[in-house]
Design a protein around this ligand. Structure first.
Ligand code: 9UX
Length: 72
């Protein structure tokens, strides 16, 4: 099965940041869909929880120099 999670992102200041974060997320095995919005600093990810955890997703974003926290 899949879960959908929403997270807030800190440190995104331009559209290239959005592409970067989306690319990071889509490269994670188990992530099926990822969208990020610059205006709201929110993102949504659909993922397989048997393959990847929320912590894994947060860590991948933070390793790239942004901040992330799931809100749901
Ligand atoms: Mo834009 Mo984001 O020049 O890390 S790519 S600020």
């Amino acid at each position: 099965g899949t879960l959908v999670g929403q997270f807030s992102i800190g440190g995104m200041t331009c559209a290239a940041c959005v592409s970067s974060v989306e690319g990071i997320l889509r490269d994670i095995p188990g992530v099926k869909r990822a969208v990020v919005a610059l205006a709201t600093s929110l993102g949504e990810v659909e993922y397989d929880p048997t393959a990847v955890s929320k912590d894994d997703i947060v860590n991948a974003i933070e390793d790239a120099g942004f901040e992330a926290a799931f809100v749901q």
